[in-house]
Design a protein. Sequence first.
Length: 126
Amino acid sequence: MLTAAELAALRATQNQALPGSAVIERYTLQSDGMGGYEQAWAAVGTIAARLYPQNVRSMAENTAGGAAVISETRWFVTLPYGSTVTAADRLVIDNRTWEIYEVNNSEMYQTAVRCEVYAFGEERRV
């Protein structure tokens, strides 16, 4: 069994392996200026992160013009232990938006928060 000090050391080591950052966005209500509200995504914080592929899968699909190759890549994002994110949030990493599919909130001896994500649309234009 791990002690609290050993678990804290593992979490500190895990945090050193998060080279990038992610902006957490949450769906919120914002004033529309006329007494009502509209729904919009709002940045609620920036956090250390690591984005990496879970698996890559390619398959052939028959189309009217012949066979087309389709590829699918699933991704993970690792965030520091204690990060507050849910599957209702989304992440912006390197100018690309990622929808959160699942968050591992019930793991024993958790050293980080890991989210399964998928790309949402194209990269953002500035």
